[in-house]
Design a protein around this ligand. Structure first.
Ligand SMILES: [Cu+2]
Length: 481
C-alpha cells in the first residue's frame, strides 16, 4: 500500500521529497553547519519485521542532503560518529582537490569521533550527491549517501522540484542488511536475501500532484552497482541535464538509462487524468515513484521549456590535446592476465585473484603508486578508453566533467560518469583546468573494490592540502551558506 501523500506538508517548498529535514540558504530552510555520519535505523519495506540497522547522514539513510544556491561557499564540518574511518566525496562537483574526500589521495580518513571541515565554492548549478570515498562499497551499501542540489539563481518555473535518490538494499529475513562485507561483491551469500529499490528511502515514493502540473525530477542513481533503465507513464517531458550539466537542447524524455552515480534532470508535465496515478518505473516494471493525480492544476500544460542556464565549462581543443589510452581488463569472462599492484610488484592472475583483485586499469590492479597520466593545468586531455572486459562499467572522473568525442570530433554532452558496454571503446575529452590528484575509476563499486581504479595528476607536483591553501582566496568568492 502507498503511504499517505506528503504533498500538503511539503507543497511549495523546494523539497527533497520523503525527507523531513531540509537544509537550504533560501528563506524557510534550515541552515546547517555540520554533516554527521552515524549508525541509525530506517524502514525500507513495509513487510520487514523490524527497522533496518543502517549507517546514515544526519540520522537518515539516505541522508536528507542539502539545497544550496550556485555561487555560494559551502562550509560543512563532517563529524564521524561511525565505528570506522570515513570521508565525504562530493560527487560531480568541480571543487578544490583538497575537498574531494578521497581517502589516501586527497585527505587522510576521518577517524571515529573526529571531524573534518569541507569548504568549497559551488561553481555549477545542478544535481549532485555525496557519499564516502573509503571502503565505498560497504559504506554506501550500509546507507551513506545524500543529495546535494545546487539551485540556479533563477530556477525554471515548476510546481515542485524533487530530488529522487535511488538506492538498492539487500535485506535478510529479519529486515537487516544482508551483504557480506568480507567479500567485495554486489550480491549477498544468503540466497534468501530480498532485493529492495528505494527512492529517498521509500518504496515507492508517493507524491500527490494534479494534471498539468510541471515537476522537476532530479534522478540520482545511488546504487552501488545497478544500471537503471527508467521510464514513466502519465508524465511527459524533457531531459534537461545529465550529471549536473544542462543540455544545450533539452530532449524529449522517453526513457533514461543511468549507470551507478549518474544523474538525470527531467522536467515533466502530469498528463494522467484526475483519479489516475502517474508512475516512474524501471524497465523491470518496478514502481520507483507514484504520483496520484488529484484534480486539474490548469487547463493546459506550460509551454515547452528552454534550456537550463549552462555552467561555465572550458571547451576542449581537440587538435592540441594530450592523448592517452586507458585499457581495462578483468572479470570472469575477460582476460585479467598479469598486473602490477601498489608497491610495484607484478602478480600473476592467480596471485591477483587470491588477493581479491579481479579488474585492472592501465596494467594496475588497485590504486597505482603513480598517476596514470600527468598533464599541465589547462591542457586538453583525450583518453581513449578500451573496455577489454565482457562487462559494462560506469567510469567516473573526479574534479572535471568530460565529453565523449563522437563522429567527426562532435562533442557529446558533458558527464562526470559514463556507461561503457562490454568490449566497447570510446574517447573522452576535457580541459584539465582543476589542479590536483583526481581519481578515475569504475563506479560499480564492487569493481572498484576489486581493483578498477586509477588517478590522474593535473598540474605540478603539490599536495592537495598545499593547493587548498594557495587557492583559499578563490573559495572566499561566495557568501558562506
Ligand atoms: Cu566496472
Amino acid at each position: 500500500m502507498h503511504e499517505p501523500t506528503r504533498r500538503n506538508v511539503l507543497k511549495g517548498l523546494a523539497a527533497t521529497a520523503g525527507a523531513p529535514m531540509l537544509a537550504s540558504c533560501s528563506p524557510g530552510g534550515t541552515a546547517q553547519t555540520e554533516v554527521t555520519a552515524s549508525a541509525t535505523t530506517a524502514r525500507f519495506s513495509t513487510t520487514a519485521p523490524r527497522a533496518t540497522r543502517v549507517w546514515g547522514y544526519d540520522g537518515q539513510a539516505p541522508g536528507p542532503g542539502f539545497r544550496v544556491t550556485q555561487g555560494t561557499r559551502m562550509v560543512r564540518r563532517f563529524v564521524n560518529r561511525l565505528p570506522v574511518p570515513s570521508t565525504i566525496h562530493w560527487h560531480g562537483l568541480r571543487i578544490d582537490n583538497a575537498m574531494d574526500g578521497v581517502a589516501g589521495l586527497t585527505q587522510t580518513p576521518v577517524p571515529p569521533g573526529q571531524s573534518f571541515t569541507y569548504d568549497f565554492l559551488l561553481r555549477d548549478a545542478g544535481t549532485f550527491w555525496y557519499h564516502p570515498h573509503i571502503d565505498t562499497l560497504e559504506q554506501l551499501a550500509r546507507g551513506l549517501s545524500a543529495p546535494l542540489i545546487v539551485l540556479e539563481t533563477e530556477p525554471p518555473d515548476t510546481d515542485a522540484d524533487l530530488s529522487f535518490l535511488i538506492n538498492h538494499w539487500w535485506l535478510d529475513g529479519d529486515g537487516q542488511i544482508a551483504n557480506d562485507f568480507t567479500r567485495n561483491e554486489e550480491t549477498p551469500r544468503d540466497p534468501a536475501a530480498t532485493s529492495h529499490l528505494t527512492v529517498n528511502g521509500r518504496a515507492p515514493l508517493v507524491w500527490g500532484t494534479a494534471q498539468n502540473e510541471r515537476l522537476r525530477l532530479r534522478l540520482i542513481n545511488g546504487t552501488t552497482g545497478r544500471i537503471l533503465d527508467t521510464s514513466a507513464q502519465g508524465l511527459s517531458g524533457w531531459v534537461m541535464a545529465l550529471d549536473g550539466m544542462p543540455l544545450a537542447r533539452p530532449r524529449r524524455f522517453d526513457r533514461v538509462t543511468m549507470a551507478p552515480a549518474q544523474r538525470v534532470d527531467l522536467l515533466v508535465d502530469v498528463t494522467a487524468d484526475p483519479g489516475e496515478e502517474a508512475q516512474l518505473r524501471t524497465a523491470g516494471g518496478h514502481v520507483l515513484a507514484a504520483f496520484p493525480v488529484e484534480g486539474v492544476a490548469s487547463a493546459s500544460p506550460r509551454p515547452t521549456p528552454g534550456p537550463l542556464p549552462p555552467n561555465r565549462v572550458a571547451r576542449p581543443d581537440l587538435r592540441n590535446a594530450r592523448r592517452a589510452t586507458m585499457r581495462m581488463t578483468g572479470g570472469a569472462l575477460g582476460a585479467l592476465g598479469r598486473a602490477k599492484i601498489r608497491g610495484g610488484a607484478t602478480l600473476s592472475q592467480a596471485e591477483l585473484v587470491a588477493r581479491g583483485l579481479s579488474w585492472t586499469m592501465d596494467g594496475y590492479a588497485g590504486m597505482p603508486d603513480t598517476p596514470f597520466l600527468t598533464v599541465g593545468e589547462g591542457e586538453t586531455v583525450m583518453i581513449d578508453i578500451v573496455n577489454a572486459t565482457a562487462e559494462p562499467h560506469g567510469m567516473h572522473l573526479h574534479g572535471h566533467h568530460f565529453h565523449q568525442v563522437g563522429q567527426g570530433g562532435r562533442l557529446v554532452p558533458l558527464r562526470d560518469t559514463i556507461l561503457m558496454d562490454g568490449g566497447a571503446r570510446m574517447t573522452i575529452a576535457f580541459v584539465a583546468d582543476n589542479p590536483g590528484d583526481w581519481m578515475f575509476h569504475c563506479h560499480m563499486l564492487a569493481h572498484q573494490a576489486m581493483g578498477m581504479m586509477s588517478w590522474i595528476r593535473v598540474g605540478d607536483r603539490r599536495t592537495a592540502m598545499d593547493i587548498g591553501r594557495q587557492r583559499s582566496g578563490f573559495w572566499e568568492a561566495g557568501d558562506i551558506c
